[in-house]
Design a protein. Structure first.
Lengths: 579, 582
């Protein structure tokens, strides 16, 4: 390899297993930031250095540096936490993080706006609640997802057990986390003593994402992940093993067609007892085969494309010593959540709450979500499950406890009637905190949905489930390329509109409009909604309709994502229904 | 110890002459300098013959005691001394804080110029000696001829309380009052001058004793009368330094004095002659039962204090409008409590009466200027001055109240606007020589003089270390001059910074908490000769910081509370713990 390594490789190499100069950087009071290199390393510890971009224009004039703060992301495999943990996190949010919690598309919490002088305090409190943020970001295995819909008790337990086991197995072993955040003892002898048996000194070439799905729910978007496990459930409801998927991933860069999102391929089948070994082998092959010279070509999806699925399978089997079986049949019904109360086969009840964009806070004149969920956490005897769609399940509620929970839900307006579009909407955080955002997302999507709801209501589609996802940049945190309607920020108030992503998350969408403002987006969607209402077949999803009627081309996989873009048929004429 | 000498810019020499005189005087011992001063004084006295000046045999001693917070009484004391010298007296100006009270009985003539601070308190530095003078036993001043000049602010109920108490005490100790005490409000210059003339006239020796030594004010003041002149300035920059997300505002105001240069030194303050809010003026005129009157409105807006409500004002108003209810309240002494937290407008609205325009003007006192510590050094910025102005706004008795000057700057001033200013020197608050370490504690607007200090020391290439304690509400939104402190830390003219932001954590953290955490190093610096400066809020912060300093010294040096208190008092006496508080 003659190409030079990417800059991050040098930073990792020199970091002494993720220590860098974070200890002294945290003590420097006059700046709220840390050094550029440390800002890369701190991701491995589960946080990003960010700044409030709304304030950027005024800061220099006011003789202040950027309004720096940290985003802290927790590691919660399968998104499961206890009411007691919830109360701790709620207190931290109120004391140090702007009185808000953010549920993410990786089934975890994010704190935003934690200033440097408070980071250690928050980290210690997180540790005291038996949680951590280790490897929630960075070139490592991130938080492991597991299907959260709990109506099949055994399968869900198997999925969340596997997610937790994988997360533990792939956790970095460096003592830097304990040293820096928890004032732990430095291990004698320093780096010589540290071993990272799985990752080595430079960890992975790029981030790595894993999810575990239980059909028919693909709420964890298993095809959008580097590595996935799909439960094969027998007739008794037991998991007999897992289909293994590899090579999914969302990120791309505008204007660089050699970058593209990709849905995963099914690699084979494995037994539960072999799943950890397979996961570790997939990770180490990517560690060694992944492209460390170009971060835009470093995800596993490009390794699979470059080396071929068969070669990859051979190497995984060689390293793990496990022969993968032929994939078993499975069926996904959707990648959405089901709201309201459901009972599971063990007699307990579960309440799924729609949390718009995962934002938990008390609105001035609206629902008091932060307070309401705190009240629930005070009386709840079960657990909380964060879904990969940024929603929340109050899980394992005994029948006799339902009235108390319902009373709190009503008192704090935790449930409001939402359209089929809104309850299937996802947005990343984007502005003002995310440094990558090119356009608004979380702060904008709700109002766009409101506008689209009018169109849908006019066509009688108000209650139809249609997925819509928005991100402020093409990296795709909210998995927009795998949504029926995808909007990806291109610049201020400008989005690429993607259509035709599968409702069950099995295939990608296609670029329909480039760099469009709200008027163009609404203008483009209005006739499509009308046609869908008029001409759809029974049970046909919006995306399937658009492909069948040749509004957009189907995307088979990542390689053809950038082909045949734009409207295939001229836009349909406006009908009376969309006057 | 010899120190560099800088003739004040106001000295009657050209710049080159000043520089060469400075270089001649630099490094001379105190004895050498004293000899020179006597010699030069004698030149004139002896018609050009180069002989040391004889001390006028008949010069009668005069002790002038002052108790100063902001430097006003000190300035008046030196002015009085200058007048006294002309009359052949031999004045000794002493800060009450530093005075040896046991020698006071030997004074035959005694002038006391004392200001009252806040709710009837003496200036902080002088507090110990004031208490000693007021309560000490065995002190007698039999036959001492004295007079007292009291400074105060009639906006406070305890107007001139310290001056009044001293006046009574001196008499009780056996002193002979030669002239009645004069109580001055914020516009003290004219009554002070009259008092000085009157008392000196009564204390002056027989004409034969007069000499022709030209009195020279050797005080460290940067200018003579010119420096006290009212100048017109224009605003060249006005920036709210707090973020738009902050719960407060603090304005960085840059003023330019055009051709009329104003020489000041770090530590000095600048008085702003800001006009009243025209809305408030309109309300006052209306409440006084008067119709629209542009001339009256303009007079009130620019010249009269239309906010302050004092007891005498209420009494005079009651006499003019003959309001029975108000007179009853005055008679029953209920008015004292009533005026608390209220302003002129409340009085006029609560006790309606008709005033003539002239009566309304007469009822109010002249509009006093408001002083702000200068936040810049001429050595760095060349000309002009920077101020840090936080608008004062609060609710009281159901009405929002606004500080005159601060809200004028915050709400009504624009870049390009003009405003009158006047220098107020603060001789107590000066940098030590550049090799000495300094510790600066300045939360909120208290940071202002320390910006000037760091600028000055950068220009001087100071070798002493500098340590800043700053605090405010939120790190992200209220870190005043953050980029400048970062630069100062990089270039070494700030050695370290400790920050306390009270609203970033559930428990409120203030500068005194940081001071306590760093007590070992702070005491270490002080033991090494560091000067400690404190600027900002007098009501709470300054007291808390001082108390923390006492505790810190007690803790680090294992001293009892009294010994630690004495150690801090010594620092104050040695002028190594200096305060500029308001």
């Amino acid at each position: 390899m003659s190409k030079p390594l990417s800059a991050n490789e040098r930073i990792k190499e020199a970091s002494q297993f993720l220590r860098g100069t974070l200890q002294s950087g945290l003590r420097t009071e006059e700046t709220g930031a840390i050094s550029d290199d440390d800002a890369q390393l701190v991701k491995f510890h589960g946080m990003y250095l960010q700044d409030d971009r709304d304030l950027r224009p005024e800061r220099t004039r006011k003789k202040m540096e950027k309004a720096f703060s940290f985003m802290l992301r927790l590691r919660i495999p399968g998104g499961i936490c206890t009411p007691r943990q919830w109360l701790s996190l709620d207190q931290l949010a109120r004391d140090y993080a702007g009185e808000t919690l953010r549920l993410t598309t990786r089934q975890t919490f994010q704190f935003h706006g934690v200033i440097k002088s408070n980071v250690k305090t928050v980290m210690k409190a997180i540790d005291a609640s038996l949680l951590d943020t280790l490897a929630a970001c960075g070139d490592v295995n991130r938080n492991v997802l597991a299907t959260s819909n709990p109506h099949r008790t055994d399968a869900h337990a198997a999925a969340s057990d596997l997610a937790r086991a994988i997360s533990e197995r792939l956790l970095p072993r460096t003592p830097a986390y304990r040293e820096i955040w928890l004032d732990g003892e430095k291990v004698a002898g320093g780096e010589e003593e540290v071993t990272e048996p799985i990752y080595g000194r430079t960890y992975l070439p790029r981030k790595f994402k894993i999810s575990v799905a239980v059909p028919p729910d693909n709420d964890v978007d298993v095809f959008a992940q580097d590595l996935g496990f799909i439960a094969i459930v027998d007739r008794g409801g037991k998991v007999s093993g897992w289909n293994v998927t590899v090579g999914g991933g969302m990120g791309m860069t505008h204007g660089e067609p050699e970058t593209y999102p990709r849905t995963a391929d099914v690699l084979g089948f494995c037994k539960t007892k072999d799943a950890l070994a397979v996961a570790e082998a997939v990770v180490t092959v990517q560690r060694d085969w992944g492209d460390r010279t170009n971060r835009k070509h470093a995800r596993l999806k490009y390794t699979i494309e470059d080396r071929g699925l068969d070669a990859f399978r051979v190497e995984v089997e060689r390293r793990s010593g496990i022969k993968l079986g032929r994939p078993r049949p499975f069926h996904f019904a959707g990648n959405h959540d089901r709201y309201g109360w459901i009972d599971s086969d063990n007699g307990l009840s579960h309440l799924t709450l729609f949390i718009e964009n995962g934002r938990i806070r008390d609105e001035d004149d609206g629902p008091a979500i932060l307070t309401g969920l705190r009240e629930i956490a005070r009386v709840h005897r079960g657990e909380f499950r964060i879904t990969a769609n940024q929603n929340l399940i109050v899980a394992n509620v005994a029948q006799e406890d339902r009235p108390a929970i319902n009373a709190i839900v009503r008192a704090h307006r935790l449930i409001s009637r939402s359209s089929g579009l809104r309850r299937n909407s996802l947005a990343c955080v984007a502005l003002p905190s995310c440094g990558l955002a090119l356009a608004e997302s979380e702060r904008y999507l709700p109002s766009l949905v409101t506008r689209l709801e009018t169109l849908l209501a006019d066509c009688g589609l108000a209650d139809d489930d249609i997925t819509i996802r928005m991100t402020g940049c093409p990296n795709g945190c909210a998995r927009p390329y795998i949504s029926e309607i995808g909007l990806v920020g291109k610049g201020p108030d400008r989005y690429n509109l993607y259509l035709g992503g599968a409702f069950d998350g099995s295939h990608l969408s296609k670029l329909y409009l480039d760099n469009a403002d709200e008027e163009r987006i609404v203008e483009a969607l209005a006739p499509l909604f009308a046609a869908y209402a008029r001409d759809r077949e029974s049970g046909e999803r919006f995306s399937a309709f658009l492909i069948r009627t040749r509004v957009v081309a189907a995307t088979e996989n990542g390689r053809d994502f950038h082909d045949n873009t734009g409207p295939l048929s001229p836009p349909l004429p406006r009908t009376d229904a969309v006057a | 110890m010899s120190r560099p000498v800088h003739l004040p810019r106001s000295a009657p020499f050209g710049e080159e002459e000043r520089a060469s005189l400075d270089s001649i005087l630099a490094g001379k011992s105190a004895t050498q300098l004293a000899w020179l001063s006597g010699f030069l004084a004698g030149l004139d006295a002896d018609a050009g013959r180069a002989l040391p000046a004889p001390v006028p045999v008949a010069a009668e001693p005069l002790t002038i005691l002052f108790a100063s917070e902001s430097g006003n009484t000190e300035r008046l004391a030196h002015d009085a001394a200058a007048q006294a010298r002309k009359l052949g007296l031999k004045p000794v100006v002493t800060d009450l804080a530093d005075a040896d009270l046991s020698t006071l009985a030997q004074a035959r003539r005694l002038l006391v110029i004392a200001s009252t601070w806040g709710e009837g308190e003496p200036p902080a530095r002088a507090a110990r000696n004031y208490k000693e003078l007021m309560e000490g036993e065995g002190l007698r001043l039999d036959g001492v001829r004295f007079s007292v000049l009291a400074l105060g602010d009639s906006a406070y109920v305890e107007f001139c309380a310290i001056g009044k108490a001293l006046d009574a005490r001196l008499e009780a100790l056996g002193g002979i009052r030669v002239a009645d005490r004069v109580d001055c409000d914020l516009d003290f210059d004219t009554p002070a001058l009259e008092w000085t003339k009157q008392v000196l006239d009564r204390l002056k020796p027989a004409p034969a004793a007069a000499t022709n030594v030209v009195p020279v004010d050797f005080g460290a003041r940067s200018g003579g009368d010119a420096a006290r002149a009212r100048l017109s300035a224009s605003a060249t920059a006005l920036i709210n330094l707090n973020s738009s997300r902050s719960t407060k505002q603090t304005f960085h105001l840059e003023l330019d004095f055009d051709a009329s240069g104003l020489a000041y030194e770090p530590g000095d303050a600048l008085e702003l002659f800001a006009p009243n809010d025209p809305e408030l003026v309109r309300s006052v005129i209306k409440a006084a039962g008067l119709g629209t009157d542009e001339a009256l409105a303009e007079t009130l807006r620019t010249e009269r204090d239309v906010t302050t409500l004092s007891l005498p004002l209420a009494e005079r108003y009651a006499a003019i409008v003959e309001h029975a209810g108000l007179r009853r309240m005055i008679a029953r002494q209920e008015i004292r409590g009533w005026i608390e937290g209220r302003q002129l407008l409340d009085l006029l609205e609560a006790f309606r009466g008709r005033l003539e325009a002239a009566q309304l003007i007469e009822l109010t006192r002249p509009l006093p200027p408001r002083a702000y510590s200068i936040a810049s050094s001429l050595e760095e910025i060349g000309s002009g001055a920077h101020l840090l102005v936080a608008p004062v706004r609060y609710e009281s008795h159901g009405r929002w109240r606004a500080g005159v000057a601060s809200t004028h700057v915050a709400d009504r001033m624009k870049v390009g606007d003009r405003i009158d200013v006047r220098l107020r020197a603060n001789r107590h608050f000066r940098l030590p020589d550049p090799a000495t370490d300094i510790i600066m504690i300045g939360p909120g607007t208290g940071i202002a003089p320390f910006r000037a200090f760091v600028q000055e020391r950068r220009a001087a290439g100071a070798t002493g270390r500098a340590w800043l304690f700053f605090g405010d509400r939120q790190y992200t939104h209220d870190f005043l001059y953050q980029l400048e402190w970062q630069q100062a830390l990089r270039d070494g003219f700030l050695s370290r910074i400790d920050l306390a932001f009270s609203r970033d954590t559930p428990e409120k953290v203030y500068v005194q908490h940081r001071l306590w955490e760093r007590r070992r190093e702070v005491v270490d610096w002080l033991d090494g000769g560091a000067h400690l400066y404190l600027c900002g809020d007098a009501k709470q912060m300054a007291k808390d910081v001082r108390a923390t300093l006492v505790r810190a010294i007690a803790d680090v040096k294992s001293l009892g509370a009294d010994a630690a208190e004495a150690a801090v008092a010594d620092l104050e006496k040695e002028c190594r713990f200096l305060q500029d508080i308001y």
